[in-house]
Ligand binder design. Structure first.
Ligand code: SF4
Length: 255
């Protein structure tokens, strides 16, 4: 099975999302390749082409603040109140854009002007939180959906395959500094299995220390970069959710 095509433009969708309803995507990453600090085995865009926290070689490929403003205002003015969410997502990790905080500003302004009922959210892999400008942008969003798939360093390395400058413990510590986040976690079996009891136990311990307002878990439902992964059954996801909810006390939802 082929992985999905990259998003060529800045605005895409709206897509009908299991978690967000009608969601208009804003892609801050280059249109012709995936740029990410991770190279997740399950990524539906295939393998990461530029796998780095250092984006200096990509500067000419990012959309500008004015291009994003123009594209989003154009779409929203033609489709007033046509979406439930405006979502930073796309061809990699949105927080890698060197002007992420300014992007948040223009997206919030466009939303206020043309679609005041829509919420602005992000799907982030949680790896750029040591940058204060990223943190200040994230804190202004209505909803922050942050990735945490692993409970252990070993699973972090084999499933998410971070670039060398990203440390698992630092990701956890930085997540603790953000209030009211939603953690999203992908569970897989096969070549890597993060559903084993020991791994799930460590993941629950991490969640307890981060204290999100909610956790959303799901398994792969689209083609993955690595073909050796298996879908996790709804029964197993429900067991994991029940255990986490009991031990942590916050809602854990299965999608
Ligand atoms: S963090 Fe997201 S975009 Fe990056 S490799 Fe993982 S699934 Fe793909």
């Amino acid at each position: 099975m082929r992985t999905l095509k990259l998003k060529e433009g800045i605005i895409y969708g709206p897509v009908s999302s299991r978690r967000l309803g009608s969601s208009l995507g804003v892609n801050l990453m280059p249109g012709s390749y995936k740029l990410c600090t991770f190279n997740c085995l399950y990524c539906h865009f295939g393998w990461t082409k530029v796998h780095s926290r250092d984006v200096s070689s990509c500067l000419a490929d990012f959309p500008s603040v004015e291009q994003v403003r123009e594209a989003l205002e154009g779409w929203l003015s033609r489709n007033p109140n046509g979406v439930d969410y405006v979502t930073f997502s796309g061809n990699g990790e949105p927080c890698l854009h060197p002007e992420f905080d300014k992007m948040v500003e223009v997206v919030l302004q466009a939303r206020d002007k043309y679609a005041p009922k829509a919420k602005v959210t992000i799907l982030s892999n949680s790896t750029c939180l040591d940058d204060e400008r990223v943190m200040s942008g994230l804190r202004r969003l209505d909803v922050r959906i942050m990735k945490l798939d692993a409970g252990s360093e070993e699973t972090f390395q084999t499933l998410n395959r971070p670039c060398t400058t990203i440390q698992f413990q630092a990701v956890i510590e930085n997540l603790k500094k953000l209030d009211e986040i939603i953690i999203q976690s992908v569970f897989v079996q096969g070549r890597v299995d993060n559903t084993e009891e020991g791994e799930v136990g460590q993941w629950i311990q991490r969640l307890s220390s981060i204290k999100p307002r909610e956790v959303q878990i799901y398994s792969i439902d689209r083609p993955s970069a690595d073909q050796g992964l298996d879908l996790v059954s709804k029964d197993r996801l429900n067991q994991i959710a029940k255990k986490a909810e009991k031990l942590c006390g916050f809602p854990v939802k299965v999608f």
